[in-house]
Design a protein around this ligand. Sequence first.
Ligand code: COA
Ligand code: AMP
Length: 650
Amino acid sequence: MPTGRNCRSPGHIRKTAPSWRKPSWPDPTPLADPEGFWAEAASAVTWTKPWDRVLDDTNAPLYRWFTGGELNTSYNCLDRHVEAGNGERTALIYDSPVTNTKTIWSYQALRDRVARIAGMLRGLGVGKGDRVLIYMPMIPETMMAMLAVARLGAIHSVVFGGFAANELKVRIDDAQPKVILAGSCGIEVQRIVPYKPLLDHAIELATHKPDSVVLWQRPQAQGSLVEGRDYDWAALEAAASAVDCVPVAATDPLYILYTSGTTGIPKGVVRDTGGHLVALTWSMRAIYDIGPGDVMFTASDLGWVVGHSYICYAPLAVGGTTILYEGKPVGTPDAGAFWRVIAEYGVKVMFTAPTAFRAIKKEDPEAALVKQYDLSRFKALFLAGERCDPDTLRWAERILGVPVVDHWWQTETGWPICANPLGIEQLPVKAGSPTVAMAGWNVQVLDAELKPAAAGEIGSLVVKLPLPPGALPTLWQNEDGFRRSYLNDFPGYYKTADAGIVDEDGYVFVMSRTDDIINVAGHRLSTGGMEEVLASHPDVAECAVIGVADALKGQVPLGFVVLKAGVTRSEDDIVKEIVQLVRDRIGPVAAFKTATVVKRLPKTRSGKILRGTMQKIADGEQWKMPATIDDPVILDEITGNLKEIGYAKP
Ligand code: COA
Ligand code: AMP
């Protein structure tokens, strides 16, 4: 049990890492005293009511952290720093090369704005437990919206701007938001993406209708307001008064974040309030080595988990400065954009996906632009979201001269499963490995018989339950789905759906997914979801989508379609139509640009499509004729098709 003083002292932030110091690294032993460890970590967070139990296992294998405790995330991220006298410290820097805007928000200014936006939402009837959907670009108001929803004890669900109306509709129906907060447009370098028509269409398609829509109008493309439902954000906010933080139970949801599952229906990952804040706070010190006043630059999007955790909540929770960057690694204006931001704001730690570095390397292979900037305050680069190829890792190390940390995590986990904990001890790097399991993550490799694989042998990467604080406690209103997706296949363990190895030193190597998820430019996408779209085309009898290797994006989707008997239309036209269909239904982010018409799909005798073999052929890898194949000749046909479109090169 924590003492009242520890639990309540506002602004209590320790600069030093807590006492979790493994005697030697890597040490595969799980935490000896997880409850003691996490209770100590939790003392860096301000609670309005102490918890009764650190780990509540009464409903195992569903575990809860800090039951009985109460707190507010927005308070911890903003108010307590202001109350501790640090209101003038910089909380948020908005840097937008696509609009030529730079703004700086102190903790005081950000808190005041967030409190008023919360007042605006309360005026629309939003209270504890209500859902608010946020469909907005990379602007300060998006982050303020998240913090304002949290301030009221309501639950936000941010939807990434690159998704199409249909994806938005699915999320609206599942989360059932009372209010939707939207931006009028996103800016994709030269292309303006009007969000409001997409949102209107999504609401039209959805069964659930929000009570209100509040629109932040951007000058680049204003949206029209629907009478009686839509409000102009600026006007509504100007008329609202600031409201205080509402304490919630540690186990209450802070947000729902949808991520690709194995079908077209995304999974609503739930993040709890207490465990999340404790885990993020610990990770900032132990992994990223960021504390009060340090500047963190996470080049991702607030619509992804990386943006939730390390653009929004974690840097603010520890009193740091976060950078919200509305731009790309290249083209805004050049491949020196990241170095400019690092130099201009004295960034200590940067976090992005390897694909961003591949994009920079392609434009500026000798990194000539790095030399134009003073990066003396820059201490480390963290990469995640996809496998980091050793070439990119080595290149980044060489051009930046700082540690480059590949770390592994998922939307579900909310913070890294494996990393190199720079705030505690910098471990030797093994290229291709996100290093070792972090506190509370008991990572193991199991074979098909659920037996532990030997060191260095590939198998399913699983985590022994309970998961540490911060990881998902369930799926939104879908406990069965949670058990089915993550708990049932390996009783007693969480299934990561990644395959990999743990070597004799305890280093983890994440090799591939075990399901049909692919990783495109660090974005997680379901090939099953794309197949559903292809199958809906009137001329398509059968289809398959696989992820093929791509030098820039890591992977890109590639479609195969078998046409219905009697279809005589041009194959090129049909391919163009299905490419457009995926863009319209899933969104541009799917990057689905290539498909080929084939006579048949290769299958096993039991009718399973041999996607793995097709992928190996497409990537020009060694492959074996599957013993169970129905008709081996089909693979020759497929190889021919792939060669025609530039794949299957040895
Ligand atoms: N709103 C609307 N459209 C969006 C969007 C958004 N928020 N984000 C991306 N898109 C669009 C892009 O404009 C592009 O459209 P196009 O097909 O018309 O060109 C499409 O979706 C694919 O986007 P993306 O995969 O990002 O490709 P890109 O060519 O625009 O940029 C990179 C390539 C590598 C520069 C870019 O992917 C990147 O910076 N990645 C960083 C990775 C990252 O943020 N990962 C998150 C986890 S850390
Ligand atoms: P997302 O939920 O979008 O963050 O995607 C999570 C998936 O991305 C993981 O299950 C992995 O397949 C992949 N991934 C993330 N980080 C890494 C990494 N460092 N190395 C290998 N794969 C990674």
